[in-house]
Each structure stands twice: as C-alpha cells, then as structure tokens.
Design a protein around this ligand. Structure first.
Ligand SMILES: O=C(O)c1cc(=O)[nH]c(=O)n1[C@@H]1O[C@H](COP(=O)(O)O)[C@@H](O)[C@H]1O
Length: 283
C-alpha cells in the first residue's frame, strides 16, 4: 500500500475526525482466544481482524506487537492484517511495535522490515544504541519513528532514571530526559518522530511534554497495567490543543474484555468506554 500520507498528518486527522486518542494494541495471544477461533488455521489473523473491524471508528491508531505474531510463525498473518487495515480502514494509522535497536547497517534491514515488508505507517524503536541506530529509519521521510523514552514497566527506572549531567550542566538531567531532548532538538529530521512514555508515570509524561512541545507521545500502560487515565491525559496535553498529541494504548483490557463468542462486541464496548474516559479527561 504505497502513498500513505505523512504519519503526523494521519494522526492529526484521526484526532480530529474520530475525536479519539485511543490506540488499540493488537497483542494476540492464542491461549486467550474464544473457542470459536482457537486452534483453527489463520486464527491470529481472524481474531485481530474482528477486533479491528469492531473498533476502527473509535481509535486514532492500531498497534500490532510483532512478537505476538513472530512467536507463532505468523508473520504472514501480520502482513495480511496490516493490509486489511489499510484497505478497510485507511483513516487509521498502523504503528508496528517492534522496538528494534542495532547498528546502522542492521537497523536499515529493520527499517525495510517495518516499512517495505509490513507497510507500517510508524514503528517503535529502541534508541539506547544511539542516533546511528535510529537514522536508517529516517530515510523513509513520511513514516513515524517512535523512540522509547520512559517505558511503562517498573524496571524502566533501572537505567532511564540515571543522572547523566555533563560537566557544567547545572540542572539535573536523567537519561530519559536526555533522550527526549535529543529526539526533539537533533534527531527529528523528518518531523515524524514521536516518543514512548508510560501511563504508569504521569509525572514523567509532564516532564517529557515540557521538553518536546507538540511531538506525539505513544502512551501505553492504561488498562491492564493500571495507569490513571485523567492523570495521563492531563500530563500529556499539548498547550492550547486538547485532544491531540497523544496515542494512548490499551491492549489486553480491550482484546480480552470477553473470551466467549461475543468477544468482538465486548472489545468494542471496552474500547468505547476507554475512548470516552479519555475524551472526558481532556475537558
Ligand atoms: O512500545 C510500546 O508499545 C510499549 C512500551 C512500554 O513502555 N510499555 C508497553 O507496555 N508497551 C507495549 O504496549 C502494550 C501494552 O499492553 P497492555 O498492558 O495489555 O495494555 C504491549 O504491546 C507492550 O509491549
């Protein structure tokens, strides 16, 4: 699917036309599939397609997590799923969550994987090998590159919270803040960069927002990880532009809202409730 618009334009349109900051994460776990689908050929694609079709009008993005497909040798189903979203729901950008990070020559292959093979509109990238591990993705000028900054997991603090002040630098700077500063001031050559900041850490969302201005933030951690919706939305709001700037992900709480035959309806109800809570929090 060629000629997709700029990632930031797709987001701006989705935030305004769908009035939603919700991203449904596609993390298909066959153990949790309903009996009607479990064990059948193509089950992963069938499950995800039903979720996508039931929620596409409620979201600003879909985020398939590559490990849930690759673990089952289902990469072809991931390709077909992304193609299905582009064809049936062209207004919804697809963020491939693969969190790759490697030396430049290898990163180039990962960029080909995300954008040529899977035709994603954006990809998550681990920046902790430095700028040359991010740069190959920027050759795709219309694609989003979403860089891990302050992750939602408890262990994220082990490294991301280390102080990294240089000689003569008076304000305390932590590693995740350095990533935010570099990403916004030096790395964002295409204007299509974003950052991952966990909903489990609203204080840090606010700090990152202060550093990066309007840059889109991918915020996982509401739902199953327990992040607080009003605190998240307040912390990540762009000045004078409520309802923009955030792609707030929930996966398990929506995918497995019910594990029986009506799972797609239940997912829709859960997605709608979450979207409405996000809407209410922006006021
Ligand atoms: O990059 C991500 O999407 C991500 C970053 C992060 O810091 N924390 C995090 O949970 N994620 C992903 O977001 C999703 C969260 O899923 P739930 O906890 O089920 O909503 C998973 O696909 C994670 O891999």
């Amino acid at each position: 699917m060629k000629n997709r618009p700029l990632f930031t334009e797709q987001l701006a349109r989705a935030w305004s036309d769908q009035d939603s900051m919700l991203c449904v994460g596609l993390d298909p776990d066959p153990k949790q599939f309903p009996a009607s689908i479990k064990g059948k050929g193509g089950a992963i694609l069938a499950f995800c397609r039903e979720i996508v079709d039931a929620t596409a009008d409620l979201v600003c993005a879909f985020k398939p997590q590559i490990a849930y497909f690759a673990a089952h040798g289902a990469e072809d189903q991931l390709e077909q799923l992304i193609d299905h979203i582009h064809r049936q729901h062209p207004q919804v950008p697809v963020i491939l969550d693969s969190k790759r990070g490697d030396i430049g020559s290898t990163a180039q292959q990962y960029a080909i994987e995300a954008f040529d093979r899977y035709q994603a509109d954006a990809v998550t990238v681990n920046p902790y090998m430095g700028f040359d591990s991010v740069e190959p993705y920027l050759k795709y000028a219309n694609k989003g590159v979403i860089v891990l900054c302050r992750t939602s997991n408890p262990g994220g603090s082990d490294l991301q919270f280390l102080e990294v002040n240089e000689k003569g630098q008076t304000d305390k700077e932590l590693l995740y803040q350095r990533v935010a500063r570099l990403a916004s001031s030096q790395w964002n050559k295409t204007g299509q960069l974003g950052l991952v900041v966990g909903a489990t850490f609203p204080e840090e969302i606010a700090k990152v927002r202060e550093i990066v201005g309007e840059m889109p933030l991918l915020i996982p951690g509401i739902g199953a990880q327990g992040g607080d919706i009003p605190a998240t939305v307040q912390a990540g709001t762009v000045a004078n532009a409520p309802g923009t700037g955030m792609i707030i992900n929930s996966s398990r709480a929506i995918l497995y809202a019910s594990q029986d035959g009506n799972f797609a309806d239940a997912a829709r109800q859960a997605a709608m409730a979450t979207r409405n809570a996000l809407r209410a929090a922006k006021k």
